[in-house]
Design a protein around this ligand. Structure first.
Ligand code: IVH
Length: 704
């Protein structure tokens, strides 16, 4: 059957098409990478990927969390086996001061008996985790973490999901181990944490932790959904040299298809190294990923070989580290910001200071306990020292973007400094700010009458996982919120913007600063396009505390229609039937239910919700419905080779029948389906007394 052109797809068709493509591409990846038995040609594979990209470009809002455009390959990992490195993975000696760099050059030249100027490469030291990739005959066969340098963890399936890592190489030595750093960009890290917050999950402290946590996932599908990157900078075992110099070897890796760092240069002698160090340091803040120094390596590989290694570091390289990103400055004031859910967050206003190349004038102070020198369990932090306006405070930038206040210098405290009194009224609207038992956060009780909450709610409403209206971001929301002629104070007013604009012949949006005929028309069209919205997105968009993206999905699938959801949220009260039904949803607890009920019972909120619903065409979400099958609710594990279908297909079918497919065998496993070549998993199942059946028995069991 001919495929419908992407331009002609309706939204519903596009959604189904993206699901189909994700499945087809995943199946092709498994066949190719895991089973070494490609089922479709490279051209067909490319066509699937291109179509997926085209559909996503037309319907960006429909892009799936497991979008194939964010990944290469995907599979269930086999647990982490151990891999002994054939060439040890070493670490680097550190240098901190310029003199250390001159000393390094002296030592190297002395060792070699070299009196002239030596050539070195200089490149950023990426703050991620190192990975060794083994290629044989140009095919990626193994990926291992550094581990203790001798033995690392087998993360092959996870590494296959990283787009920067080529699966095949042309023109490479028969055996080639490429080494480099897996990392996450600042933007991807921020987006990942934002998704985690929206889903009510734990966030990562910095991009390095996020990269490490993502690579070391037992389920490669999770790694695949994380935007990891890779820079190649070194190598292990080789059947043939890559080049005569370090610089050329890196260029060779680049030509083979690896990402290499564009700030890698050749330098003669320590002075030029220091010049490049300063250049890289000056660019540090704008690189978009974390680096923690500059690595210098002797360029001539014959000289590297002569220099050799100490116990755990090469003599031919050194890492010139950046100074710690810490600074002391004066705390000029403490402002309170009010967030979407009314949380009062204290922000330190600082005398501007440079921290790690970035000028910092604001930093978070977390909450009132943190200022007082306590943690959430009333235990002392900072030795119990509180923070006062006028104090000298230590500011630091960890890997993440928001600077923090770490410490306070009591010896410089002025004698008249007063302890900070945390407000008990909302500074934005004057409502009482209440702190619930066990909550470290004080919250404004003003709801939508609080302008700060209202504007933050609007920002949430238009955010990516919510209405995601093109051309209407946080900045525009702030502008419309304050606007005199065309104000937007509630979500419903977004959908009356166009009609209000056309009803006002005098001050048209198209004549405003920042808008023209085209951009105004585009904005109205983008808003119109979102008037039809699936129920789950709408529920998430309401920005109700404790109701994140996952919860919104659960609620939408349970109630299916807006009418059913709305009447449940209106009627439910602890003890009645509607409450019992609501809290019986797997994943919905009493706290979330209460928060939902409170929102619908609040007059102001309710009016805003009703007005919004009146503007929209809300698409029902189909319930997944309980699956009736002999394997529903069971946890199954596939191991060994399947002969009747691909792993991906077997997994999809099992899941469609309500089973959970796990990657490893544990006490929770109900059934193991073992094909030829099954190894450790089958043994583990035997040990645990888990039932093991073959593929035919499985097919009989599921009736197919
Ligand atoms: S070279 C034999 N180059 O830093 C030397 N390492 O502190 C091999 N690293 O384990 C390493 N960026 O994880 C090298 N441009 C770079 C690097 C780099 C980051 C990491 C690597 C290594 C650690 C040593």
């Amino acid at each position: 059957m001919a495929e419908k052109p992407v331009e002609e797809l309706t939204e519903a068709e596009a959604r189904a098409e993206l699901a189909r493509l994700a499945q087809a591409i995943a199946a092709a990846n498994t066949a190719y990478h895991m089973l070494d038995a490609p089922e479709i040609s490279d051209a067909e594979y490319d066509a699937l990927k291109q179509r997926n990209t085209a559909v996503e470009a037309r319907f960006p809002a429909l892009k799936r969390a497991d979008s194939p455009s964010d990944q290469v390959g995907a599979a269930v990992a086999d647990g982490f086996g151990k891999i002994a490195h054939r060439v040890r993975m070493l670490s680097l000696e550190n240098a901190f001061a310029s003199e250390d760099v001159a000393d390094f050059d002296d030592r190297v030249r002395k060792f070699l008996g070299h009196s002239g100027v030596l050539s070195y490469t200089a490149e950023p030291k990426i703050d991620g985790l190192s990975l060794s990739l083994r290629y044989e005959s140009g095919v990626l066969i193994q990926a291992a973490t550094r581990g203790d340098g001798e033995v690392g963890e087998n993360v092959t399936e996870n590494a296959r999901t990283i787009a920067d890592i080529p699966q095949r190489l042309t023109g490479a030595p028969e055996v080639l181990e490429v080494r480099g750093e897996v990392y996450m960009s600042h933007a991807d890290f921020a987006a990942l944490n934002a998704r985690a917050v929206a889903a009510g999950d734990k966030t990562f402290a910095n991009p390095r932790n996020a990269a490490a946590g993502s690579l070391r996932q037992l389920d490669a599908a999770i790694t695949a959904s994380r935007p990891l990157r890779f820079f190649a900078y070194s190598w292990g075992e080789l059947s043939q040299p890559l080049a005569n110099t370090q610089f050329e070897a890196i260029q060779r890796l680049k030509a083979l298809g690896f990402q290499t760092n564009p700030l890698t240069v050749l330098c003669d002698g320590p002075e030029t190294l220091l010049t490049h160090y300063r250049l890289i340091e000056s660019q540090r803040a704008t690189l978009g990923y974390d680096i923690d120094g500059v690595v210098y390596k002797v360029n001539d590989l014959a000289l590297q070989a002569r220099l050799g290694f100490r116990s755990s570091t090469p003599r031919w390289a050194i890492a010139h580290k950046f100074p710690a990103e810490l600074a002391w400055t004066e705390l000029l004031g403490i402002d309170i910001q009010v967030g979407r859910t009314g949380a009062l967050s204290p922000v330190a206003r600082l005398k501007p200071v440079t921290v790690g190349g970035v000028v910092v004038s604001n930093a978070t102070l977390h909450n009132e306990d943190y200022i007082a020198g306590r943690d959430s369990r009333s235990q002392e932090i900072r030795g119990g020292k509180d923070i006062r306006v006028g104090d000298w405070v230590q500011v630091y930038r960890a890997g993440d973007v928001i600077p923090k206040v770490a410490d306070v210098d009591l010896s410089r405290r002025k004698s008249d400094a007063q302890p900070y009194v945390f407000p008990i009224l909302c500074p934005e609207c004057g409502s009482e700010a209440h702190r619930e038992e066990g909550d470290s956060v004080r919250r404004c009780t003003g709801g939508l009458i609080c302008p700060a909450q209202a504007v933050e709610r609007l920002k949430h409403f238009v955010s990516r996982s919510a209405f995601d209206i093109e051309g209407l971001g946080a900045k525009q929301v702030e502008m419309f919120f304050k606007d005199q002629t065309l104000p937007v104070k509630t979500p419903a007013e977004i959908f009356t913007l166009a009609s209000r604009d056309s009803a006002n012949p005098l001050q048209k949006l198209k004549n405003r600063d920042g808008f023209g005929e085209v951009s105004a028309a585009k904005l109205f069209a983008a808003i119109e396009a979102r008037r039809t919205i699936p129920l789950d997105r709408l529920i998430f968009s309401l920005g109700i505390r404790h109701v994140g993206e996952v919860a919104a999905g659960l609620l939408a699938r349970h109630y299916s229609t807006w009418e059913a959801f709305e009447s449940a949220a209106t009627e439910a009260r602890p003890g009645n039937a509607a409450w019992a039904e609501l809290t019986a949803i797997d994943g919905v607890g009493a706290v979330m239910a209460q928060s939902l009920v409170d929102a619908f019972a609040n007059l102001g909120e309710r009016a805003a919700i009703d007005a919004l619903a009146g503007e929209l065409n809300i698409q029902p979400v189909r319930a997944r419905g309980p699956v009736e099958s002999p394997v529903a609710g069971k946890t199954v594990v596939f191991t060994g080779t399947l002969e009747k279908m691909t792993r991906a297909e077997a997994k999809a079918r099992a899941e469609a029948l309500g089973a959970k497919v796990a990657g490893s065998v544990s006490a929770k496993t109900d059934l193991v389906i073992a094909g030829p070549g099954a190894g450790s998993k089958a043994k583990e199942a035997e040990r645990l007394g888990v039932e093991i059946i073959d593929e035919d028995a499985w097919l009989r069991l599921i009736g197919g």
